[in-house]
Write a protein that binds this ligand. Sequence first.
Ligand code: HEM
Ligand code: HEM
Length: 175
Amino acid sequence: MSSDNIYDTKTICYHWISAAIILTLWVVGQNIDSFEKGDPRVIVRSIHITLGLILALVFVIRVNWRIRGGVKLPQPDGVQGKITQGTHHLLYALMGLTILIGIAAVWVRGDNIFNVIKIPAFDPTDEDLRENVVDIHGFFANSLLILAGGHALLAIWHHRILKDGILKRMWPTLK
Ligand code: HEM
Ligand code: HEM
């Protein structure tokens, strides 16, 4: 595969680091409540929040690189290309929104990060507000996972069935 048909190293690293963190965040996020109240739950939630903030940093660096220097590869003409580009934009939008609402959830609920950093709740009397923000965060997280899952399946279909090298653009060492 010629080097003008693969993404640059930074784009590839940001893509796979983000995908790995997002998957981990989702699995941890889904399971926070299954840990015992008190220290175990505080620790798992703190891991989720810390990893979420790392993702926020990677996301800002990634979008900045995408706008300023990252390789942009051509997409097919017509409807197919528009759908692909639309999906990529939606994936970026869902990543950004899930992260922002996650940060809002910390601010609204108040939190205790690793029993070290205490963040006061925005309004401790408003239980509904806290529940709603976490639910919206969960909704965007699930939507992101579903769209990313479809996107991954399509990439595998391109690789296994169409054999058109699309997956290799993001994974150049793949045989
Ligand atoms: C794309 C990245 C993320 C994914 C996929 C994700 C996923 C999830 C999921 C699935 C839940 C459970 C929602 C529910 O119970 O309805 C959750 C809860 C939560 N997330 Fe995230 N999250 C992400 C980023 C973040 C970030 C950046 C923060 C904050 C810095 C954050 C803070 C929280 C908090 C505070 C909760 C509530 C925990 C609880 O109810 O005990 N998340 N997240
Ligand atoms: C949470 C998981 C994922 C997210 C959020 C995500 C997001 C994205 C985004 C936003 C792009 C566009 C890159 C750009 O041009 O700026 C992209 C490209 C790509 N992704 Fe993912 N991705 C995820 C997982 C995966 C997985 C698991 C695979 C493969 C099995 C995959 C394969 C690809 C490929 C091949 C491209 C390049 C497509 C092209 O050149 O047209 N992605 N991904």
